[in-house]
Design a binder for this molecule. Structure first.
Ligand code: ADP
Length: 523
């Protein structure tokens, strides 16, 4: 049909085309998004590592300010000042603190420690200070300009313990500029002070670790017994305080790359699913529209069919009634014949009108059905008795095969309406072989009636529509046979309303067989 094809095209244009464009655009931009997400993610990881470095700096600055106050208030070069003492006592990563004047080439120094300091160590500190003279001068000039910078006193300290010495400059009105050195064990510093912070940041999402660049396994990791090397980290950054150390971060479970690929994959699946849903929706809408268009077409056909159906008997009735009225018919025999025609056509008319009324009542759910226990063999025999004259008059033979004397639950009037409709159709649509076979039996929880004819049959395409309202098969020899297209639709409505079902088996040129099922009455 032209109009449905146009609607289909319109639907495709309005819904599918934009969806297609959108999908193509989305798929092409997914990799771009992937790169962007990767960048954003890296920035976030960077920010996390930055905050860890910042935190370590804060710890050191806390120490520096304590030492500066101590120098101002209570440093004597002999005994250990209380603030420095407490600093050493509470921080096991801080092993020695030395303070010395910067003016001299050979420094005068005070070294504080939890334990005693041997002479050799003092000598080495002297040595280191002299070696780093340039750096100390530099730090002092920074301090003069108002910057507090921390440097690393490079020296091969030797010994079994891994120590790094951080130096900074203090200024005191009495003693002038002084160099302060902090001997820190980086491993202990990271484990004791930075570790808890890493745990807080990591939560369930990340694994944060700190590495000594020279070693394969991390010095500290938020994952217990973590032996991952630096290379496996998603991002690494140098540790600001100790250049030989680095911080690493990776996501827990899957890597960022995995997460992004998974996201991309999920997005793709989502997109495809949406497209499929849209296509299905468009198909459903199209089918509905097609049905409606078909219905409108059927309705139009129905009006012309019914007009035709009504006009013929009306014309006959008025013609014969007028003839009789004028008294032109003299013979009694002829009169009887005309009366019979008028009566037959009146019946036909009321039949059509009843069918339409029944249909509209059933469709509006106004028809009240009253299912009762019904022995359908007996009912059928009654119907056939009434119909016997009509059938034989039309040259039909029929048989009733009784497989089972079933008792079903059905409305009596509706049962008659259904079977009469089916028998009427069998009569209407049989030409050469005029035989109707009615079978009654039971199957599972149903009692059934089969009305079988050897008539024109119905093509499989038409079989899908014959139960639709107003549908009539428009081709074939008997297409001109009068009808409204309401019969089977009414039958189906009545059957459905009684929890029954109807099926059709038909072959064009061979015949049709309609089976109606009613629920069995169990009591
Ligand atoms: P109609 O008033 O046209 O008979 P129905 O709803 O009873 O309306 O039937 C719909 C269409 O199904 C008919 O137009 C006819 O083509 C087809 N049909 C119904 N019963 C039979 C049958 N027993 N044999 C062949 N075709 C049938």
């Amino acid at each position: 049909m032209k109009s449905t094809r146009r609607i289909g095209l319109l639907l495709a244009l309005v819904f599918l085309l934009p969806a297609l464009f959108f999908s193509v655009y989305e798929i092409s931009s997914l990799s771009k998004d992937e790169k962007m997400i990767q960048e954003i993610y890296s920035k976030q990881l960077e920010a996390i590592l930055f905050s860890v470095n910042q935190y370590s700096d804060d710890i050191l600055n806390g120490w520096i300010s304590k030492i500066e106050t101590s120098i101002k208030d209570d440093v004597t070069h002999d005994s250990i000042p209380p603030r420095i003492r407490s600093l050493l006592d509470y921080n096991s990563s801080l092993n020695y603190i030395f303070i010395c004047d910067t003016a001299d080439n050979v420094p005068r120094q005070a070294i504080f420690s939890r334990d005693s300091v041997n002479q050799d160590f003092r000598r080495r500190v002297d040595d280191a200070l002299i070696n780093n003279y340039q750096q100390i001068q530099q730090l002092t000039s920074y301090k003069k300009s108002g910057f507090q910078k921390v440097g690393l006193l490079s020296y091969a300290w030797g010994g079994s313990e891994n120590l790094e010495c951080l130096i900074f400059i203090t200024e005191d009105p009495v003693r002038g500029f002084q160099v302060v050195g902090l001997f820190i064990n980086p491993d202990t510093f990271i484990q004791d002070l930075v570790g808890p912070r890493l745990q807080v940041i990591a939560k369930d999402q990340f694994i944060l670790s700190a590495f000594n660049k020279g070693l394969a396994a991390p010095v500290y990791s938020t994952l217990s017994a973590d032996s991952t090397s630096v290379k496996a980290e998603a991002l690494t950054k140098d540790f600001w305080l100790f250049p030989d150390y680095a911080l690493g971060i990776r996501t827990k479970g899957s890597s960022i790359q995995d997460l992004i690929s998974e996201r991309t994959f999920n997005n793709l699946i989502l997109l495809i699913t949406l497209d499929v849903i849209l296509i299905i929706a468009v198909i459903l809408v199209f089918q509905n529209v097609k049905k409606e268009v078909q219905l409108a077409q059927n309705k139009a056909d129905f009006v012309s069919n019914v007009s035709h159906e009504i006009r013929t008997p009306l014309a006959l009735i008025s013609m014969f009634a007028e003839t009789l009225e004028m008294g032109r018919v003299k013979s009694e025999e002829k009169k009887q014949e005309y009366y019979a025609i008028i009566s037959k056509e009146t019946h036909r008319l009321s039949g059509i009108v009843n069918k339409i009324l029944n249909f509209s009542q059933t469709e509006a759910n106004k028809k009240v059905l009253n299912p009762v226990p019904l022995y359908i063999v007996a009912e059928m025999k009654e119907i056939l008795k009434t119909y016997d004259f009509h059938l034989t008059n039309k040259g039909f033979e029929y048989s009733l095969i009784e497989k089972d004397n079933v008792k079903v639950k059905a409305d009596k009037e509706a049962f008659i309406e259904i079977t009469v409709n089916l028998i009427d159709n069998a009569i209407k649509y049989s030409a050469a072989r005029k035989f109707i076979e009615i079978t009654i039996g039971s199957e599972y929880n149903y009692g059934y009636v089969v009305v079988k004819d050897y008539g024109v049959g119905i093509s499989s395409t038409d079989q899908k529509h014959i139960f639709d309202k107003f549908y009539r098969v428009s081709t074939g020899d008997l297409a001109k046979t009068t009808g409204t297209g309401l019969g089977l639709s009414l039958v189906k409505q009545l059957v459905d309303a009684q929890s029954g079902k109807i099926t059709v088996v038909s072959l064009p040129g061979v015949g049709s067989s309609f089976t109606v099922y009613f629920p069995l009455e169990m009591n």
